[in-house]
Design a protein around this ligand. Structure first.
Ligand code: GLN
Ligand code: ZN
Length: 765
């Protein structure tokens, strides 16, 4: 029985990678220093894993930006527009690499970055490969081989981890019509064989191909590509131990395919899909030589493993196929886990004993093996584990009967506004007295370095609560005055008091814990620190009423209250694994519901509940979508439905590709939805138009991700496009998203233009 890892966090325990990259990008350090930083993180990671006793330690899991981009460089999938960077400017491979990741605006060149999108259902973003008809590939970067050799010379025998050829193609995008990227498989495979050849020469014994698309619905063509690729690899390299890793969901319909592939090891995610172990062990298609890598330790969450539970699965496998054919592993790469729990000296010790971060998960993997083979030295650890998990399941910190009773008492009435939208619309029209094409913003205004410095000083005790509040109040007042001055119809307070749209709420809710160093890579050098939801969620006191009602006292105009929705809070946190996500989401929904009511009582007549994460929560397989959407939409409705008909509920979503879930978006029944639309030239509105979406919509008229100031005419043009497909009385005018990452200068100019565009279109009617 071997222990194996699929990948280790590469940001470094102290976010060394982030710092090294950002310093290099800003020109403060040399490429040599950056390369050294990468080298030392890799050495450290290999050493940690070796010390823990992991047999199969991964290499090539390190990346300066993203593992998919690494693969594009490996196979030479470098879009035309970057060739100049390297040809004309004599730049290094790393400069080319970062140009692809981040764009290149130097030396008279202005090249856009490659697109970025979410890695399956995680909050990690990868760089999307670009493909063309008849594209040729050739080995460009030898990173896979170099890192294997680097490890070897430092005394670590590693298992290179490579994105499999089929998943690599499926992760990408066709950049022209008239072909299917899977057609490129025959051109691509020789590069994979070339890499394997070189690894073989360097003495590689184990290679892991990540093929997470085996957890999704696959076309026949994709299945055929799998058979082709792995048959060819087997033929060329009969003696390398090949692993195929699938994670984030079951093999399900792809199980027979997976079992038929001529590889040595299949990795299964038994955290997301424990039931598939039976299917596999019972299958007559399981070849008598295939080894199974049991993904038992959760790579996507922070909880201690339940050893008893895992051992039951291991023993089941041993009985059927014997110890020698079993590997013990995390469910997926530990990339998605924070690095090391030992850093968390300020965490409540009762909660801390329930947790395991990446480093601790390695120990769990090794301990599970020791326990499974009957190593007496480990017996104590089983007892310890049982105790910690029992303490967790019975802890007062976790359980709050009042919350549980309240959830049980929810009926359909709680998820239903008093009257239907058509009636509410009339009442709101009278109560709010807004013009056609009302203007508003999505909530945040620029979080300047100054605003952030107040919060930092306040946290360090260098500003008193009163001093901090005064500064925030002044910034809020200025923002209200600015919006009044330029003639915005529904104002916002600006969210200056918030660090982050989830953390701000989590910090005020019971059932949430926060780490100091629990960073997880989101994309490139960007890391996030998700809160940990450990217990029943409740709201001890109002969370936003103070600042919203303060802002409302400053003006005769409407000020919109601003909340984060239950699905988004859930989605961007580490969540409990001792109850279904839907249950936790409902608890959060009740807390937000109370906040909505308190805002209404405080005379706030328009309340926005942001749900940018609804879409990213969709399960990987379509068959599971409706079950998820049902509880997610219901949670939103529970949060939104306790108010009077006259109170207008808004919601906001970014990345608005809603074609396939538009019915569910309509079921949320928000009075107004604001969406991201400008970059697609309003095309994303078509889903709403085709559906005859009945409620009001604010399609974003300018892209807040760029400092560029759009002109009135540009926005007017977009509004005309919107009006061509959605009736005027349903339309609002707003930017694509919050303005917190922008500077005041461009924000002011852009909003002035936006208000003029709205005024102009009103006159055209
Ligand atoms: N109200 C939030 C803001 O304006 C919404 C952010 C988001 O959609 N991600 O910042
Ligand atoms: Zn947004």
């Amino acid at each position: 029985m071997l222990t194996s890892n699929l990948g280790y966090p590469r940001i470094g325990g102290n976010r060394e990678l982030k710092k090294a990259c950002e310093q290099y990008w800003s020109g403060k350090t040399s490429v040599k220093e950056l390369i050294n930083a990468g080298h030392s993180i890799r050495q450290q990671n290999w050493q940690i894993q070796k010390n823990a006793g992991i047999d199969l330690i991964p290499s090539n899991d390190f990346s300066f930006y993203d593992q998919v981009l690494d693969m594009s460089l490996t196979v030479g999938a470098i879009p035309e527009r970057y060739h100049e960077v390297i040809l004309n400017n004599k730049k290094t491979e790393l400069d080319l690499y970062f140009a692809m990741a981040r764009g290149y605006q130097k030396e008279g060149l202005d090249i856009t970055a490659m697109e970025m999108t979410k890695w399956f259902d995680t909050n990690y973003h990868y760089i999307v490969p670009e493909f063309h008809k008849n594209q040729k590939f050739k080995l460009f970067s030898t990173k896979v081989v170099d890192e294997f050799n680097e490890a070897k010379y430092s005394g670590f025998v590693t298992k290179p981890v490579i994105i499999g050829a089929v998943s690599y193609l499926l992760l990408g995008k066709e950049k022209e019509a008239g072909f299917d990227r899977l057609d490129l498989i025959k051109n691509l495979l020789p590069v994979y064989l070339d890499v394997l050849d070189r690894l073989n020469d360097s003495g590689v014994e184990w290679v892991q191909f990540d093929e997470p698309f085996l957890a999704l619905d696959l076309s026949d063509k994709a299945k055929e590509a799998f058979r082709f690729v792995y048959a060819e690899i087997r033929k060329a390299f009969p003696f390398i131990n090949i692993t195929i890793a699938n994670y984030f969901d079951c093999f399900a319909d792809n199980l027979d395919l997976a079992l038929s592939l001529p590889v040595n090891v299949l990795h299964l995610d038994l955290v997301r899909c424990p039931k598939q172990l039976d299917d596999i062990l019972e299958s007559d298609k399981l070849s008598p030589k295939t080894q199974l890598s049991l993904g038992l330790v959760d790579g996507r969450n922070v909880w201690k493993n339940d050893f008893e539970n895992s051992l039951a699965l291991i023993h089941k496998a041993i009985r059927k196929i014997g110890q020698d054919r079993i590997l013990i592993a995390p469910s997926c790469s530990l990339l998605h886990s924070p690095c090391d729990l030992d850093f968390e000296t300020a965490l409540n010790p009762e909660i801390k004993q329930w947790l395991a971060f990446a480093k601790q998960k390695l120990d769990e993997i090794v301990t599970l093996k020791q326990l499974a083979v009957g190593d007496q030295n480990a017996a104590e650890k089983l007892e310890e584990n049982r105790l910690a998990n029992t303490r967790r399941s019975t802890s007062d910190l976790v359980h709050n009967n009042k919350v549980k009773e309240r959830v049980l008492a929810i009926t359909d009435k709680h998820a239903q506004r008093e009257s239907e939208f058509a009636i509410r619309k009339k009442i709101q029209h009278q109560a709010l007295n807004l013009p056609l094409f009302p203007t508003t913003t999505i909530g945040s205004f620029p979080q300047t370095a100054e605003v952030r410095s107040w919060r930092a000083k306040f946290k360090k005790g260098k500003l008193s609560q009163q001093q901090y509040d005064e500064l925030i109040a002044r910034e809020t007042e200025e923002t209200i005055r600015f919006q009044e001055q330029i003639g915005i119809d529904v104002l916002v307070h600006g969210e200056f008091e918030r660090n982050d749209m989830v953390e701000y709420f989590g910090e005020q809710l019971e059932g949430f814990a926060f780490t100091k160093y629990g960073w997880v890579q989101s994309y490139g050098s960007r890391c996030v620190k998700p809160p940990i939801i450990f217990g029943d969620v409740s709201r001890p006191a109002p969370m936003t009423v103070k600042w919203s009602s303060y802002a409302q006292t400053l003006t005769q105009k409407l000020v919109k209250g601003m909340l984060t929705g239950p699905v988004t809070i859930l989605q961007w946190s580490f969540v409990r694994n001792d109850q279904p996500r839907s249950q936790t989401c409902t608890q959060i929904a009740l807390a937000i519901r109370d906040e909505v009511c308190d805002l209404e009582k405080a005379n706030i007549k328009v309340i926005q509940i942001d749900e940018p994460a609804i879409r990213e929560g969709l399960p990987l397989r379509k068959a599971d979508w409706q079950a998820y959407l049902q509880w997610a939409v219901r949670a939103f409705r529970i949060a939104a439905s306790a108010v009077n008909d006259a109170t207008q509920i808004h919601t906001h979503m970014c990345y608005s590709e809603f074609n396939d879930i538009i019915q569910n978006i309509a079921d949320m029944d928000a009075d107004v939805i604001t969406i991201e639309c400008s970059r697609s030239q309003m095309e994303l509105l078509d889903a709403f138009a085709d559906f005859n979406y009945p409620n009001e919509i604010g399609p974003g008229v300018y892209d807040i991700h760029s400092p560029r100031v759009p002109s009135k005419d540009e926005m007017l043009n977009l509004l005309e496009k919107a009006q061509a497909v959605i009736p005027a009385h349903q339309l609002w005018v707003n930017p694509d998203c919050g303005l917190k990452t922008r500077h005041w200068e461009e924000t002011k100019k852009a909003l002035i233009e936006m208000v003029s565009a709205a005024r102009e279109i009103r006159q055209m009617i």
